[in-house]
Design a protein around this ligand. Structure first.
Ligand code: NAD
Length: 309
């Protein structure tokens, strides 16, 4: 088989770093289009293209000879998106349309989009949540992810562009920022290791679907590599939900530390439970998560110990 050329947008970040390292390791030729260059790109032989997808001129020539696009560039976090929905739409939806137009023009074979299983459904009516569940996001980020998903569908209809949206649960693992508003696990692990207090909204009974990043990467590689027809939207989660209290007990075990937990009033928008149904991913991507929470946390803690402390 000929070597596949993959363009990753937003590849300098957490998920991008994990995905690009694996893609180059498996022999793909990879370019990363991002606003920021990350040192790991040179290390693993990926080409860096400086650019912003919301600037149409930054996409000129970038998709020539590209077989597949993994689209991850996203300027906003869910919890901040409601403060400026227009910015979210202009940069993320507008930028995604520039990318889709360029993909059609350059006859790209496949576009895989990173959507969000934690926000597109809104308050779950049932768990686990199947892809057919109603979509009523409670934040602008979820709405803009959904809009991009719909354009992927439309471009398949209009131009035969092969597209798929991966609706991702809560990924965690190496290369994730430990001082960030997103990602409870790296923040909690870092604070456990440094002895800082850990703030928890509510009583810790809310249950979430945490997936180890290595398993996310395997799902993406399956989606990129398969020649089979795959569904338009696919949930990617761990197949289980754990409460924040259970998670903290796992983190205490993985770090060997006693945690200083401070419980704060619950936030209105935190739903009691969120967990994705991963039947479609198992059936069509022939994939299932393989890393237990205990193992994933051990690897994450090891990474933080060696790189962030
Ligand atoms: N991390 C999560 O919890 C999570 C969960 C579900 C979905 N996602 C989605 O997965 C994707 C990757 O997430 P991540 O955690 O790696 O994010 P990240 O913030 O670590 O990385 C995103 C990268 O995109 C780049 N970027 C942002 N806007 C850009 C633009 N307009 N043009 C070019 N580059 C741009 C940033 O510079 C950054 O390097 C995002 O689309 C995100 O919405 C993430």
């Amino acid at each position: 088989m000929m070597q596949q050329t993959v363009l990753v947008t937003g590849g300098s970040g957490f998920l991008g770093q994990n995905i690009i390292r694996r893609l180059t390791g498996e022999g793909y030729s990879v370019s990363c289009l991002d606003r920021y260059e990350a040192p790991f790109l040179e290390e693993c032989g990926a080409k860096f293209i400086s650019g912003d997808i919301s600037e149409v001129k930054h996409l000129e020539g970038v998709l020539e000879g590209v077989d597949a696009v993994i689209h991850m560039a996203c300027t906003i976090l869910p919890q901040m998106s409601n403060s400026d929905p227009l910015f979210d739409v202009v940069t993320n939806v507008g930028g995604s349309l520039h990318l889709l137009d360029a993909a059609v023009k350059n006859k790209v074979k496949k576009v895989i989009f990173f959507s969000s299983g934690g926000t597109v459904y809104g308050v779950p009516r049932q768990v686990p949540i199947p892809e057919t569940h109603p979509t009523n996001p409670t934040c602008s980020y979820g709405i803009s992810k959904l809009m991009v998903e719909k354009y992927l569908r439309l471009y398949r209809e209009l131009y035969g562009l092969n597209t798929c949206s991966l609706r991702l649960a809560n990924p965690y693992g190496p290369y994730q920022r430990v001082k960030s508003a997103q990602g409870a696990i790296p923040v909690f692990c870092y604070k456990a290791l440094t002895g800082e207090p850990i703030e928890i909204w509510g009583d810790g009974s809310v249950r979430r679907d945490f997936i180890y990043v290595g398993d996310v990467v395997s799902a993406v590689l399956k989606a990129v590599g398969t020649e089979e027809e795959i569904p338009q939207e696919i949930n990617i989660g761990s197949g289980q939900a754990v409460s924040i209290r259970e998670l903290l007990a796992f983190i205490a075990e993985a770090t060997g530390k006693e945690l200083d937990c401070r419980y704060k009033p619950a936030r209105a928008f935190d739903v009691p439970v969120s967990m994705l149904d991963i039947t479609l991913a198992e059936k069509y991507l022939h994939w299932k998560p393989e890393t237990s929470l205990a193992d994933g946390l051990r690897k994450t803690v090891e990474y933080i110990r060696q790189n962030c402390i």
